[in-house]
Ligand binder design. Structure first.
Ligand code: ATP
Ligand code: MG
Length: 426
């Protein structure tokens, strides 16, 4: 039998519901930030990622899915969302609109990695890219999006870690300090880090193999190499986060895998016991030179991406079921062939009024209708018998408390609004 490719998975059943519900929630949250939705192609010219993500990153050097199409073009399945959004921002001259502009996306990304819990070859990210301000306020606001999202979901065991990479000048003096520091220890570092030493020593701090070693702990810290402007920027970010009541830690080991970050970088981690090694749920930072680097004007930006699989694993670990809101508000009885037109009309009437309505297409006896209503976890059951149709009323049962009501047809929407309005509060 043919099977799905290694490192991929099908989205169906419970997981499909979670994904859809998450999407709705993100849409609502993004509206509150006046962020606009964007979709870019799943594949792009390979060169975009080489430039936009960086040749020396793990992502580009060993994780991309590269292929040639029949026209001999070098293409790559997107390993992340930022490069494509930046390309689109430039190509469609979105920078000519009113800046700052916030763009959000949600979709599959592809990386050739060793599959394990929380690490797949096709995985989903939700992300935001905010363009057009170099003010630390924008950094704090974007960190706030992630924190708000996790709060809305009810996720508790997470911590926000921030760091700064400074501006170009600060980064250059830090780079020199790192080169000097690691020189005598080069032989103790892993093969990848020896390569990183030549190309981008900052990335050594991001190494998963060497991270526990003593030499890493004593390495020079970025914070001691910041110039005045970079220091001010980082201080302001922290001041603004505090003003928003966001708890955070300054963690000098966060350097991020990508080449284009400047100033603020951040990661949100799950601190749930037994959660496993893949505990970074979201990551992002400021990228003041990326747009220019990809070929556009000089426009600063801040962005982040949330990994959906890891987020859903974290929700599961905390026993949070985000699907509870997508169960039917009402299940309508279908117990008599003659009443089918009435059932269908009533269902449509309620759906257009904004309710989630489930019906069955084949008639069932009363007992079997109740069973079905339970199975789909309907909140209310509308019972339609002969008497109800004749006298234009409905018998409505709360499927949890089992309370029963007789409601006039004309008052139905008002009744449900009132009842379900209460339920939605929790
Ligand atoms: P890691 O250090 O775990 O490899 P990363 O630095 O490569 O992560 P980013 O490129 O910053 O990750 O991507 C942002 C988020 O996307 C991660 O924090 C994670 O939640 C998710 N993510 C990245 N790679 C994968 C993957 N292969 N499978 C599932 N989720 C992933
Ligand atoms: Mg990675």
């Amino acid at each position: 039998m043919l099977q799905k490719p290694k490192g991929t998975y099908d989205i169906y059943g419970d997981r499909a519901l979670i994904q859809l519900y998450f999407r709705k929630l993100v849409e609502a949250l993004m509206d509150k930030y006046n962020a606009k939705y964007i979709e870019t192609p799943i594949f792009e010219a390979s060169e975009l990622f080489h430039r936009g993500v960086g040749e020396t990153t793990d992502i580009v050097s060993k994780e991309t899915y590269d292929f040639k199409d029949r026209g001999d073009r070098n293409l790559t399945l997107r390993p992340e969302g930022t490069a494509g959004v930046v390309r689109s921002f430039i190509e469609n001259k979105l920078y000519a609109e009113n800046l700052p502009l916030k763009l959000w996306y949600m979709g599959p990304m592809f990386r050739y990695e060793r599959p394990q819990a929380g690490r797949y070859r096709e995985f989903y990210q939700f992300g935001v890219e905010a363009f057009g301000s170099d003010d630390p306020m924008m950094d704090a606001d974007m960190i706030g999006v992630v924190v708000n999202l996790f709060n809305i979901l009810g996720l508790k065991g997470v911590s926000v870690n921030i760091n700064t990479l400074g501006d170009r000048e600060s980064r250059e003096s830090y780079r020199k300090a790192l080169l000097e520091y690691f020189k005598p220890y080069l032989g103790d570092l892993c093969e990848d880090c020896q390569r990183r030493y030549e190309k981008n020593p900052l990335r050594i701090l991001d190494c998963k193999i060497d991270s526990g070693k003593e030499i890493m702990k004593n390495a020079p810290k970025m914070i001691d190499y910041l110039n005045e402007e970079s220091k001010r920027h980082f201080d302001k970010v922290q001041e603004y986060l505090k003003a928003m009541g966001i708890d955070f830690k300054v963690n000098s080991n966060i350097v991020r895998g990508l080449d284009y970050y400047t100033h603020t970088v951040f990661e949100v981690q799950a601190d749930i016991e037994g959660f496993g090694a893949q505990n970074t749920l979201a990551a992002g930072g400021r990228y003041d030179h990326l747009v220019e680097f990809v070929g556009g004007p000089s426009v600063p930006g801040v962005g982040f991406a949330v990994g959906l699989e890891r987020l859903f694993l974290a929700l599961e670990a905390e026993g949070i079921d985000i699907r509870k809101c997508v169960y039917p508000d009402v299940y309508i009885f279908n117990a008599d062939e003659k009443q089918k037109p009435y059932v269908l009309a009533l269902a449509n009437h309620l759906r257009l009024a904004g309710f989630n309505v489930e019906i069955d297409y084949k008639t069932r006896n009363f007992k079997s209708n109740f069973k079905r209503a339970d199975k789909v976890r309907a909140k209310y059951i509308i019972i339609i018998g002969e008497e109800e149709v004749q006298n234009k009323f409905l018998t409505i049962k709360n499927n949890v408390t089992k309370d029963e009501y007789k409601v006039e047809l004309d008052n139905l929407i008002e009744f449900l609004d009132e009842k379900l309005g209460d339920d939605d509060e929790d």
